[in-house]
Write a protein that binds this ligand. Structure first.
Ligand SMILES: Nc1ncnc2c1ncn2[C@@H]1O[C@H](COP(=O)(O)OP(=O)(O)OC[C@H]2O[C@@H]([n+]3cccc(C(=O)O)c3)[C@H](O)[C@@H]2O)[C@@H](O)[C@H]1O
Ligand SMILES: Nc1ncnc2c1ncn2[C@@H]1O[C@H](COP(=O)(O)OP(=O)(O)OP(=O)(O)O)[C@@H](O)[C@H]1O
Ligand SMILES: NC(=O)CC[C@H](N)C(=O)O
Length: 560
C-alpha cells in the first residue's frame, strides 16, 4: 500500500429522510459526485445515513435491513470507478443482532467496518433496544492512513478514542446523529476538545441536518486541529458538502483552515430549530401545507410566523373562528397578522355550531350551571372545524400549546389540542414573547416569510386571554407566566424538590399547585401532538412519567 501525504476529505452534512433508503442512496450518490468534482479522496456521511437516524424499531424488520444492505452493495459497486471512497453509516446485521455501523467503501469493496461501542440510552435515545454494542477496535486503514472512526456517543466517553489512539490512529473522523438542544454546540465542542487533548489527534465531526419527528439535528459539523483550535465550521440547520484538505507533516496530519460559518445561539437557534422541525415534518409527511386557528393571540401568531418561514406564505392557511367573547381587538390583530405574513385568512364564526351543541345537550344538562363544559365546547368546535378543513383539502392542523400550557394542562383535549404537530411545544410562554420580538427584528436567512414586523406589536403587548368567557385573562387562573415558567423549569428540567424551590423564594402554595397541575396533566400530554424539542428535557421521550401516579412532594425539606 502506498502511503499518501495528502488527503481531501469531504464532509456530507445532508438531510436524509427516515426510511427512504433509495432516496438517501440517491442523495449519497449526488454528494459523492459533487465531492469527486472537487477532488475528494473520501466522503464522510453521518450516522446511519443510508436509513436516517434514529431508525428505532425499523431495525427489527428484516425487510428494512435487506434494503439497507442492497443500498450499501450499490454504493460499493459505485466505488469501482476509482473515485472517492465513502464512509457510510448503516445498520449491519450479524448472527447476534444488529450493529450501528460505519463501512468504508473503496475500490469496489467493503474495505473496512466499525461498530458503535457506546449505545446511548438516555434522554431521547433508546439504542440498546435495537442494536448490539461493538467491541473496542483499532483504526481503519484508508489508503495507508490510519483513520479512527468513533460513532457519535463513542466520543462522549473516553474509552473508544483511547483505544484508537493506542492502536495508532492518525485522524479521528466521527459520524454523528446528534440532536439539537439549547447550548448543545458548546457541549459538543467541549467533548471534542477533550478527546483531541487526550489523543493529540485532529478531528472531523460530521452531523446530519434534519427534522425527525420531535428531534431536530442541526448539522453544524466541524473540524478541529490537533491543538483543539477550530479548522472548519459548517453552517447549522442547512445542508452542505464541504471539502477539507489535509497534509501530513512529520507524524501528524494538518487540516488546512477553511470557512467558519457563524452559528446562531439562544433564541435565534431555537427559532431555526422550530422552523426546520416543522418544515421537515410537513414536507416529509407530504402535506400540501398547514392550517391553523389564528386567534389574535401570541401563540397562534408565532406558530403562523414559523409556518410561513418554514413553508412559504402560499402553504399556510389561517382561520379566525370568532365567538361572542372574541373581541374586536382580536379580530383586528388576527387580520393584521395574516396580512403581514401574506397568508390566506378566513373568518368562520362558531356561534351556530356551539349553540347547536348546547341545544342538543340541553335536555341532559337541565338544572346544571354553565361552567368549563361550555367553555370547552368553543375550543372543541374550533378544533372540529380546523380538522374538517384538513380532511377536505389536505393541510395538516398546527396545534399551538406552548410548554407552560402543556405543563399545567391549560388546553382542551379534542379542542385546541387537535392537530398533527406543535412547533412551540417545548417553548415556555415567556420565551414565546421573546421569539415574537426577535422575529419582528430578525429573519433567518433561509426563512420563506417576509421581513419586518410580522407579528403586530399589540399581539405581544396585550394580556394573554383564551377569550372563553367575559373578560378572561390567563393570569386569573394561573400565576404570572414569569413565576409559572420559573417554577416549571425547576420542576420539569431540573427535577428539584418543592422545598428547594420554596427556599429560592417561591411561594409554597404556588409551587404545590403547579406541581399538582403538572402531575394531573400527564394524561393530556400522553395524547398531545408531537412537537419540536429545544430543551434538554421535552415532553416527549425525555420525560416519562406515569399517568396513574399517587406521588406528591409535600414540600417538607428532605421529603422524598
Ligand atoms: N387522568 C385522566 N385520564 C384520562 N382522562 C382524564 C383524566 N383526568 C381527566 N380526564 C378527562 O379529561 C377531561 C378534562 O379535560 P378537558 O376536557 O380538556 O378539560 P379541562 O382540563 O377541564 O379544561 C380545559 C382547560 O384548558 C383551559 N384552556 C382551554 C382552551 C384554551 C386554553 C388556552 O388558553 O390555551 C386554555 C381551560 O380554561 C381549562 O382550564 C375530563 O372531563 C375527563 O374526561
Ligand atoms: N377565536 C379564535 N379563532 C381562531 N382560533 C382560535 C380562536 N381562539 C382560539 N383559537 C385557537 O386555539 C388556540 C388556543 O387558544 P386560546 O386563545 O384559547 O389560548 P392561547 O394559548 O392564549 O393561544 P393564543 O395566544 O394563540 O390566543 C389558539 O392558539 C388558536 O389556534
Ligand atoms: N447518536 C448519538 O449517539 C447521540 C448521542 C450524543 N451524546 C449526542 O447527543 O450528540
Amino acid at each position: 500500500m502506498t502511503v499518501t501525504d495528502k488527503l481531501s476529505i469531504a464532509i456530507a452534512q445532508l438531510n436524509p429522510v427516515m426510511g427512504d433508503i433509495s432516496g438517501n442512496l440517491a442523495k449519497a450518490r449526488a454528494a459523492r459526485q459533487q465531492a469527486a468534482l472537487a477532488g475528494a479522496d473520501l466522503v464522510v456521511f453521518t450516522e446511519l445515513f443510508i436509513c436516517g437516524y434514529p431508525p428505532e424499531d425499523l431495525v427489527l424488520k428484516p425487510a428494512f435491513l435487506d434494503a439497507c444492505e442492497d443500498a450499501i452493495a450499490d454504493l460499493t459497486e459505485d466505488t469501482k470507478d476509482g473515485g472517492p471512497a465513502l464512509l457510510m453509516g448503516t445498520p449491519w446485521r450479524v448472527k447476534a443482532g444488529v450493529h450501528n455501523a460505519v463501512v468504508l467503501l473503496d475500490g469496489g469493496q467493503v474495505a473496512g467496518r466499525r461498530f458503535k461501542v457506546e449505545l446511548p440510552n438516555y434522554g431521547p435515545f433508546d439504542e440498546k433496544r435495537v442494536f448490539i454494542p461493538g467491541q473496542l477496535m483499532g483504526p481503519l486503514d484508508f489508503r495507508g492512513v490510519r483513520i479512527g472512526v468513533p460513532i457519535c456517543e463513542d466520543i462522549w466517553e473516553p474509552d473508544v478514542t483511547e483505544c484508537l489512539t493506542e492502536t495508532g490512529a492518525e485522524i479521528l473522523i466521527v459520524p454523528n446523529g446528534s440532536p439539537y438542544w439549547r447550548c448543545k454546540m458548546d457541549e459538543r465542542l467541549n467533548i471534542a476538545a477533550l478527546r483531541v487533548a487526550e489523543s493529540g489527534l485532529p478531528f472531523i465531526y460530521a452531523n446530519q441536518v434534519c427534522g425527525q419527528d420531535e428531534l431536530v439535528f442541526d448539522g453544524a459539523s466541524f473540524a478541529l486541529h490537533a491543538n483543539s483550535s477550530l479548522a472548519f465550521q459548517l453552517p447549522a440547520f442547512e445542508e452542505a458538502v464541504v471539502l477539507t484538505e489535509w497534509r501530513r507533516e512529520g507524524d501528524t496530519w494538518l487540516c488546512v483552515d477553511g470557512p467558519k460559518a457563524h452559528l446562531e445561539e439562544g433564541d435565534e437557534a431555537d427559532y431555526r430549530a422550530c422552523m426546520l422541525g416543522l418544515r421537515d415534518y410537513v414536507n416529509k409527511n407530504r402535506f400540501p401545507g398547514i392550517v391553523l386557528g389564528l386567534s389574535g393571540g401570541i401563540d397562534s401568531a408565532i406558530c403562523a410566523a414559523m409556518a410561513v418561514d418554514a413553508l412559504g406564505p402560499d402553504r399556510v392557511h389561517a382561520i379566525m373562528l370568532p365567538y361572542r367573547y372574541t373581541s374586536e381587538e382580536s379580530l383586528k390583530d388576527a387580520a393584521n397578522c395574516a396580512r403581514a405574513l401574506g397568508i390566506r385568512y378566513d373568518v368562520v364564526p362558531i356561534a351556530e355550531p356551539v349553540e347547536g351543541f348546547e341545544k342538543a345537550l340541553a335536555p341532559l344538562f337541565d338544572g346544571t350551571n354553565r361552567d368549563l363544559t361550555e367553555e370547552n365546547l368553543q375550543s372543541r368546535t374550533r378544533g372540529t372545524i380546523l380538522m374538517s378543513v384538513s380532511n377536505k383539502f389536505g393541510p395538516m392542523v398546527v396545534t399551538t400549546g406552548n410548554k407552560s400550557e402543556m405543563s399545567v394542562g391549560y388546553a382542551t383535549l379534542y379542542g385546541d389540542m387537535n392537530g398533527g404537530f406543535n412547533p412551540i411545544k417545548d417553548i415556555y410562554k415567556t420565551q414565546v414573547f421573546r421569539l415574537c420580538h426577535l422575529r419582528n427584528r430578525w429573519k433567518p436567512h433561509d426563512a420563506l416569510g417576509p421581513s419586518g414586523e410580522v407579528i403586530p406589536v399589540n399581539i405581544i403587548t396585550k394580556p394573554p386571554s383564551a377569550e372563553l368567557r367575559e373578560d378572561q385573562k390567563d393570569e386569573d387562573s394561573l400565576p404570572s407566566y414569569e413565576v409559572l415558567d420559573a417554577v416549571l423549569e425547576r420542576l420539569v428540567e431540573r427535577e428539584l424538590r418543592v422545598s428547594d424551590i420554596v427556599a429560592e423564594g417561591y411561594d409554597q402554595e404556588v409551587v404545590a399547585r403547579v406541581q399538582r397541575l403538572l402531575y394531573l396533566a400527564e394524561y393530556k400530554r400522553r395524547q398531545a401532538a408531537p412537537g419540536v424539542k429545544v430543551t434538554k428535557k421535552n415532553f416527549g421521550r425525555d420525560r416519562r412519567y406515569p399517568i396513574t401516579n399517587g406521588f406528591r412532594d409535600n414540600g417538607e425539606a428532605g421529603a422524598t
